[in-house]
Design a protein around this ligand. Sequence first.
Ligand SMILES: [Zn+2]
Length: 352
Amino acid sequence: MAAPPSSVLAFDGGRVLAADPTEAERVEGLLARLQPELLGLLPDTSFEDLDVWVQDTPSLYMNATEASTDAEGLWSPTHQRIMLSRHADHIERTLAHELTHAALGESWGLLPGSMEEGLADHVSGSLCESGASRLRAGRLSSACLATGGVSLQVDVLPRALSCPAGAPRAGWSACIRLKGEADGTDPMDVFRLAAGLSSTKLESGAKRGFYGLAYLAVARIVDRGGYEGLQELCLRAKQQGLSRVPSSWILDAAGLDAAAASWRSAAAASMGEAELIELVRMYPDFVSDAVHGYLTSTGARIDDPAQLEVEISLREGSATVLLSQIPDLEATIAMDLKRPQPDGVQVASAHR
Ligand SMILES: [Zn+2]
């Protein structure tokens, strides 16, 4: 067993153990904001005194099978301890996620399979607005990737100003389907498998898929009836003497059915402009491939993507964005175009 972090900051409600007092105070400040907000947001929640350990890699050091793991954070109910990675992508959001596990009262225990993970993610998005669209994009695209992939269209047109007056503008379109390792997942397994438990052995792609599917179901139920609507399912199941909320109730409340296609199209439809921008940032290659495809197929001599109108849209769903809305990617593609291209290279052929 390794020693706990050395700097200890005790306060009303628990302790933070971190590498130094500055790090401990930072986490204590986050707890002071997140804990009361979480209690106000979710019914049947409370906190006992808890410890938060800030570590390089979150680990319990003993009997790891009883802890639930989210890679960047861990919650051990036995120890009333959250273990947090100081290298987490968004430490506040990871803390909010683990605090949700810590706060949930007995009634929430009737959520089946991975649904509690979807709830913890959804709550962390509500409490931490910065980075919420990144979280949504990640979870919703994982849900699509587990159930057939994300279908996108890229349309490239020269801007009217960069063409001779009256000349026809030749455009180029590419249809792209992003596929994931977890493709072919039965979405109903989200109700059978607890992806957050370290005792559930899953490949990371499959795990992301279940987090995505659980997030999607929770988001659709909360959109319709708030967190109370989700809790009502738990209370009703308890009243009827059931040990778990039946999956059919969750499907009904979320407006989904058992078929993978219904989950995929619902996930795509839930993505708005902000999420699509994040998705393009996650997989930028297909956009630069499309620009190259346009240039190779039309023979146009353009070295600045600002002379092009590049529109990216979700084929299942309504979100559409322009490359000019993502200036960092536009700049990367511009740099790429200025590099001399060998003649006759078919950059985008794989994506037509
Ligand atoms: Zn979790």
